[in-house]
Design a protein around this ligand. Sequence first.
Ligand code: G3P
Ligand code: CA
Length: 261
Amino acid sequence: LKALTTSTISDSFIIIGHRGASAYAPEHTLASYQLAQEFGADYIEIDLQMTKDGILVAMHDQTVDRTTNGIGNVKSHSLEELKRLDAGSWFNKKSPQYANPIYEIQTVPTLKEIFDHFGKETNYYIEIKAPDNYSKMEEKLIRLIQEYGLIDKVMIQSFSEKSLKKIHAKEPTIPLIQLLSYKSPARLTEIEIKKWKQYAAGIGPNYQMIDEDYIRMARKARLLVHPYTVNSKQDLEQLIEWGITGVFTDFTGSLSEEWRK
Ligand code: G3P
Ligand code: CA
């Protein structure tokens, strides 16, 4: 396998391990983040939800159904209840070619556990998911980042402009990424750029709807451009040629057979 790290592309380009190394390990488990780090990801990506007792945990969906052996909303579970769930066996069944017995003992990690485990040994690209569904998510996140002295090790992303503005007001030095989901070929306007520049360091669009002009315009305004979720070598090479400054991928760190599919 050929390692794909910042040194193989350019100094400023970042590789974001999407949900860890989620092609190879159960997403949003310590095992998945560990693998992304070993593969050379510059950042591990963490989606955040919140338990009934107000603890920030790493999970993509608002329900536990897809990625654990439980059912129901994350916010209907206390941390103790959530911690009893098996967060990895589903992956061994779904991807037997990458199955590993250690995945069967993975639990849903809290953000605190992730910070305890990796400390300053990695960078964290944290997504505030569904902030309208939870109370004081931004405050809790900032407090934890400050408590662990990780201000210069994080980027924060969200589809919610409101949530990003709250973060910016509390801790303006953290780079923020406005996530964007386009349903048709995307064009940028000067009005949008001006708005995002007030609080964000960059944008994170779905890659399928953007082109060279889009990226050039964003870069001219000195916005970072981190498209998601790029899992083919061909798409990645095209986007790099067009000038993206980082990428979310499930296949961190390798140009293995998966890149060629
Ligand atoms: O955060 C970028 C990308 O992860 C957004 O999509 O659904 O995978 O969180 P999703
Ligand atoms: Ca995400």
